[in-house]
Design a protein. Structure first.
Length: 235
């Protein structure tokens, strides 16, 4: 069974933009009424994001639910393993991964991925699946942060929107603080299958995703090899 992850640079229901990206994630399951679960740990289970999630997906022919970790906690293993899709929200990636570790969630997500659950997420919910990524979790400065390692390499979300992201990501790669990886604009996503990028999804005009690496001491940014670029912005 193939493993699938969809990483979104920014946008989607959390900002009320690019509804086509949310639809794309949902369309990847073969279930007639898929169960899609939201994990909002990175935002401290912010009720505003949970409401936006239910508002968007309750109208899309699926069964939405949410896993909260800051109140009375349900059976985590049962909830994770019964989802067809898991959608991880944005926020503080470092805090999210710390909380997840204490609850044993990384192992459960890995098991779900192996069993056919589609993992997805935006911003922090994109970074977390990689070996490492660029995060602002520690304040105003951007730093490198280890992820779960489900996808090889590094990731930088919000690539074209937050002006400091691009130069800092490139500098970290040049200094070998990060391995080469991918950069994703807001309004774009990468669909991974078995750890390989198969599609770059363009959900907003001008948005894209890129392969970024260091070759002979210089940064090389180019289209992602092996991935089809699919424009769904007008859908």
């Amino acid at each position: 069974m193939s493993s699938q992850i969809v990483t979104i640079g920014g946008g989607g229901f959390l900002t009320g933009t690019e509804p086509c990206l949310d639809s794309y994630v949902l369309d990847q399951t073969t279930s007639e009424t898929p169960k899609i679960g939201f994990i909002g740990t990175a935002s401290g289970d912010d009720l505003r994001f949970i409401v936006r999630f239910f508002s968007r997906f309750s109208k899309m022919g699926c069964t939405p639910s949410a896993l909260g970790l800051f109140g009375r906690v349900q059976n985590i293993e049962e909830w994770i393993l019964e989802q067809d899709i898991i959608y991880v929200g944005g926020g503080n990636t470092k805090s999210m991964l710390g909380v997840w570790s204490n609850w044993g969630i990384p192992q459960l997500l890995e098991a779900a991925l192996s069993n056919g659950t589609i993992l997805s997420g935006v911003s922090a919910g994109a970074i977390c699946w990689f070996d490492a990524g660029v995060t602002d979790s520690l304040g105003s400065s951007l730093t490198a942060l280890d992820g779960l390692g489900f996808i090889e390499g590094s990731c930088c979300p919000h690539y074209s929107v937050e002006v400091e992201r691009k130069p800092m990501f490139e500098e970290m790669i040049l200094r070998n603080e990060l391995a080469g990886g991918v950069a994703i604009d807001d309004g774009a996503a990468i669909h991974w299958m078995d750890g390989k990028p198969i599609k770059v999804i363009i959900g907003k005009a001008g948005a894209s995703a890129y392969s970024v690496s260091s070759i002979n001491g210089s940064i090389v940014s180019k289209p992602i090899e092996g991935a089809d670029y699919v424009d769904i912005a007008s859908e």
